[in-house]
Design a protein around this ligand. Structure first.
Ligand code: CTP
Ligand code: MG
Length: 554
């Protein structure tokens, strides 16, 4: 039943025009998409977290005796869902219908004791399937079908795009190929939940929630897993008990600053993950960063994790992006294309540096869509005006209020197609006055730049902060140059009637390592100048001598 629904989920037509109703990846069960469409961000999170608490992770042998495995597990309770995936070996995610089944399984589970290994006992929800009689069991074992957890290879992606019918079809295919899947989302919530078990040893009733691209509807297979340690619920419980004469010394200890408290909390949790975290390796405590974090690799799930605490604004901005991504199906499609394009040209990187980040690029796409006429997306101020009393949210003096109920937001009257929007995005930012103007999604209008940073994108909830403060002049130049080139390529393609499946065209052409050699017919007066022209000529020269056969026929 599970494989059927997975198949239905993955085989949805890649080139169909998306309707507004289509929910973001993973916000719904496959086959139940319509029903959960109108859930708010916190409802989705709550449901997913509860599902993760009923789930376990099992490291399995190469050939999994699937039936036997399920039969064993069924003794502890009903299984509502399961799937297999590969990360340093085969793993299974098993979802029980009740949490109690896990305690029952834990009670019936051995803690290994070897002669050379000295395990530290910790009742985790990460198990190892130990075959008592391997030869017997292996004959029963099968190579199970594994759910895909990584992006396709570049060449395969380009080929898939070339087979599409139109640029719009390519954009939608790209999104559907790269977006995180239902299983990947379950695994992300489960990983947070497993880390929560460890953190709860220190801070009972703390929660660990995913944020960033895992939940904001723009997640790509392979993206990092941002985790937020929330200790607020603990505070909430004790806040009501102010009448008695006692103060709890164990929980309440005065420290010089909130930042200091965050650093100390993350330090002990980092230590805990390093010593007791099953499957947690390469734990780094990066406590002096602007936003202190613990970075580690969760080997069992394959995720690179960044654990932060006291980071409520980032959680709120994830919700805002989720709302923008859910409002109009063109938003996610466009963001995926722009993010993928930027990554292909090394405009973004997984290493921190002077380049644009995916978060900045997403805000740029949202801003561009607010600027269309009629707008595709409303301003943040408009979303704030639609908020009700329950939506009110002030964090550290910053007003983070906006409507959470998607039904209250009027759909856009803009009917522009995705190919027009993608081309216009490059045209818009290829000619944007970065030297004078800042990007402000709260107003949906550019503002005068308050300082001389090359790119100024106002943080939606902390107006005094620029989210692209790290970007330097030369990275901006590269972005502008590539944006113009890409706009020309898409415009050139417009007139072409026959689409080739062997030579990259449309979006596939934009994702080629160098777009420079594709734009021979530059429009006068709009080309890049000075240094950029020199680099362009150099790259044409280098490319034509090295790969003359590979260039596209004009
Ligand atoms: N964030 C922020 N301000 C920044 C950077 C990040 O508020 N200057 C928040 C955003 O909510 C962002 C989240 O932190 O979504 C996680 O940051 P990051 O991992 O850098 O971005 P993602 O959106 O998760 O994208 P990626 O796929 O690159 O991880
Ligand atoms: Mg991230």
């Amino acid at each position: 039943r599970f494989l059927d629904s997975l198949h239905r989920h993955l085989s949805s037509p890649g080139t169909a025009i998306l309707k507004r109703e289509e929910p973001p990846a993973g916000s719904a069960e496959p086959g139940l998409q319509e029903k959960s469409n109108n859930k708010t961000f916190s409802e989705v999170q709550k449901e997913r977290r509860e599902q993760a608490q009923r789930s376990i992770l099992i490291s399995c042998p190469k050939k999994v005796p699937e039936k036997k495995l399920l039969k064993h597990l069924c003794q502890h309770g009903e299984i509502t869902n399961h799937f297999f995936f590969e990360s340093f070996g085969i793993h299974a995610v098993i979802e029980f219908s009740k949490k109690e089944s896990i305690a029952s399984l834990q009670d019936a589970t051995f803690i290994p004791r070897g002669e050379t290994e000295f395990p530290i006992p910790f009742k985790s929800r990460f198990f190892h399937l130990n075959l008592k009689n391997p030869s017997n069991q292996t004959s029963d074992g099968m190579l199970v079908q594994c759910s895909n957890q990584s992006s396709p290879l570049n060449a395969d992606l380009i080929q898939t795009l070339c087979n599409a019918e139109s640029v719009e079809g390519q954009i939608i295919t790209l999104m559907r190929t790269l977006q995180i899947t239902e299983e990947n989302i379950r695994l992300r919530y489960l990983s947070c939940s497993l880390i929560e078990d460890i953190a709860a040893a220190y801070f009972p009733s703390c929660t660990i929630k995913p944020f960033g691209s895992s939940v904001n509807s723009f997640g790509k297979l392979g993206c990092d897993l941002d985790m937020f340690l929330d200790l607020d619920d603990i505070g909430k419980n004790s806040a009501t008990k102010t009448a008695g004469p006692f103060l709890m010394e164990y929980q309440v200890k005065s420290v010089p600053s909130e930042r200091w408290a965050t650093q100390k909390i993350l330090a002990v949790i980092g230590e805990c993950l390093d010593n007791f975290g099953p499957g947690c390796v390469s734990v780094q405590k990066i406590l002096h960063a602007r936003c202190p974090l613990v970075r580690f690799s969760h080997q069992a799930s394959g995720f690179q994790c960044d654990l932060t605490a006291n980071n409520r604004i980032a959680m709120k901005s994830s919700e805002l992006l989720y709302i923008y991504g859910s409002l109009d199906s063109r938003v996610r499609a466009l963001v995926f294309s722009v993010r993928c394009w930027a990554r292909q040209h090394a405009l973004t990187s997984s290493i921190p540096g002077a380049w644009l980040t995916n978060f900045s690029l997403t805000i740029m796409v949202i801003f561009f869509l607010q600027k269309r006429s009629p707008p595709v997306l409303p301003s943040l101020d408009y979303l704030k005006n639609l908020a009700d009393a329950r939506d009110k949210c002030i964090i550290e003096g910053n007003d983070c209020t906006f409507v959470s109920n998607l039904d209250r937001i009027k759909p856009s009257e803009n009917t522009e197609t995705l190919d027009i929007l993608l081309c216009q995005f490059f045209e818009y930012f290829g000619n944007f006055s970065f030297n004078k103007n800042s990007i402000n999604i709260r107003k949906g209008k550019e503002q005068n730049k308050p300082d001389s940073s090359p790119v100024y994108i106002q943080n939606p909830f902390e107006p005094a902060l620029n989210i692209s403060r790290n970007v330097n002049e030369s990275q901006l130049e590269r972005f502008v140059h590539l944006a113009r080139e890409s706009a020309w390529i898409l415009q050139e393609d417009k007139g072409r009637s026959s689409k080739s499946s062997s030579h990259p065209w449309g979006l596939a052409a934009l994702l080629q390592p160098s777009v420079s050699n594709k734009s021979k017919a530059k429009k006068p007066g709009r080309g890049p100048t000075g240094e950029a022209v020199r680099k362009l000529l150099e790259s044409i020269k280098a490319d034509s001598s090295k790969h003359s056969a590979a260039t596209r026929e004009e």
